[in-house]
Structure formats: structure tokens, C-alpha cells
Ligand binder design. Structure first.
Ligand code: FMN
Length: 188
């Protein structure tokens, strides 16, 4: 696929076929992600792959609970528009995805957020190139429960940056509208 076609095909997918993604394919996509640039070539990213739907449900419940708690302290948070769905016990933040991948790195690395976000971007493009769909699901990143963090193998000193669901898309959604590029100034 040529690059311009690929960026058009990469959409946030929230509806997946009931079909397992082979682990070899997940690993190939992760390998592509590691081609991303990073500050001082530090490559601070690590990956956690979860295919267990019960674990995904537990994480969804935990993250919803924590975000709602956060909203009580900060009602004007940018997530406040999601309050109603977060309160809905039937809403799983990971939709029906067969696979969830966390991209995380050590908190103390200054560029960890940028580096892991770049790896996530490569991840989403690689997946699209291979006929898979992804969606970055920030609503699924608020995991504080130590037992759950241990269960998924998230080191204590790590911060989750990217939370990406992965699967075979039922369909590729329409592109949501994009603003015209906001070029503040061209300084000749
Ligand atoms: C940092 C970030 C957080 C996001 N969090 C969520 C989320 O929690 N739930 C969700 O359904 N989509 C989430 N999305 C997906 C966006 O809604 C989606 O990328 C956006 O609407 C543009 O659509 P497109 O990806 O098809 O271009 C997130 C995307 C990004 C980059």
C-alpha cells in the first residue's frame, strides 16, 4: 500500500470480527513499532499484549471507575463528556476487540510520552497496512489497582502511554472531518 493510501485506510476502528489475531502478526506489528524514532535513540517503549477478554473487562471496569473518581475532583476535565457512558455498566471501553496492546515506558525517561506515542503511531499504521484495525483507547489507561497492574505485568516505575485495541475490522469507518492545516506562519 502506498503511504497516502495507508494514512487514509488507518481509521479508529470500534467494531471487530470475532476472530483471533495470530500472535506472530501482533509481534510483527510490534517489531514495526520499534522502527519509530526516539529521543537519543533510547527506545524506552515496552509492550503488553492482552487477549483475555475477562482481563480486558476487569481493566475496563477499573479504568472507568478511576476516571469517574478523577471527575469528582476535577469536574471540568476534558473527559467530562464521557461521564454518562462511563457510568453505564454495560459499556466496555475496549468494545469487542480481540486484542489489547499497552505501550509503556519508564516514568523517569523525559521523552517517554513522545517516544511511546510515536511507537503507537507506527503500530497503528503497520496494523492498517496488514489489513487490521486499531483504536487508541485512552479511557482504558487508568489502571491503579496494584493487583491488576501485577497481573498484566506492568512494572511499578512504568507509565502507560498508548492503549491500542487491535483486530480485524467489520468495516473501515468514514473519515471524521479534518480541519484545514493551521500553519501559523511561513517565515521565508
Ligand atoms: C490520545 C487518543 C485517545 C483516544 N481515546 C479514545 C477512547 O478512549 N475511546 C475511543 O473510542 N476512541 C479514542 N480515540 C480515537 C479518536 O476518537 C479518533 O482517533 C479520532 O476520532 C479520529 O478518528 P480517526 O482515528 O479515524 O482519524 C483516541 C485517540 C487518541 C489519539
Amino acid at each position: 500500500m502506498d503511504f497516502r493510501e495507508l494514512v487514509k485506510v488507518r481509521r479508529a476502528v470500534r467494531n471487530f470480527e470475532d476472530r483471533v489475531v495470530p500472535m506472530s502478526l501482533v509481534k510483527d506489528i510490534i517489531t514495526d513499532s520499534c522502527e519509530a524514532p526516539s529521543g537519543s535513540n533510547r527506545q524506552p517503549w515496552s509492550f503488553i499484549v492482552i487477549t483475555n477478554k475477562n482481563v480486558m473487562k476487569s481493566i475496563s471496569d477499573e479504568s472507568k471507575k478511576n476516571i469517574l473518581k478523577e471527575m469528582e475532583h476535577n469536574p471540568s476535565t476534558s473527559l467530562s463528556g464521557y461521564k454518562a457512558i462511563l457510568k453505564d455498566p454495560g459499556f466496555n471501553v475496549f468494545y469487542n476487540a480481540p486484542c489489547l496492546v499497552y505501550i509503556a515506558g519508564p516514568k523517569e525517561v523525559r521523552s517517554v510520552a513522545v517516544d511511546c506515542a510515536l511507537a503507537a503511531s507506527y503500530f497503528m499504521l503497520s496494523a492498517a497496512d496488514r489489513g487490521l484495525g486499531t483504536c487508541w483507547v485512552d479511557l482504558g489507561s487508568a489502571i491503579t489497582d496494584p493487583a491488576l497492574r501485577t497481573e498484566i505485568g506492568l512494572p511499578e516505575d512504568h507509565v502507560i502511554v498508548g492503549t491500542i485495541i487491535l483486530g480485524y475490522p467489520v468495516e473501515i469507518p468514514e473519515k471524521p472531518p479534518r480541519n484545514e492545516p493551521n500553519i501559523l506562519k511561513i517565515v521565508p
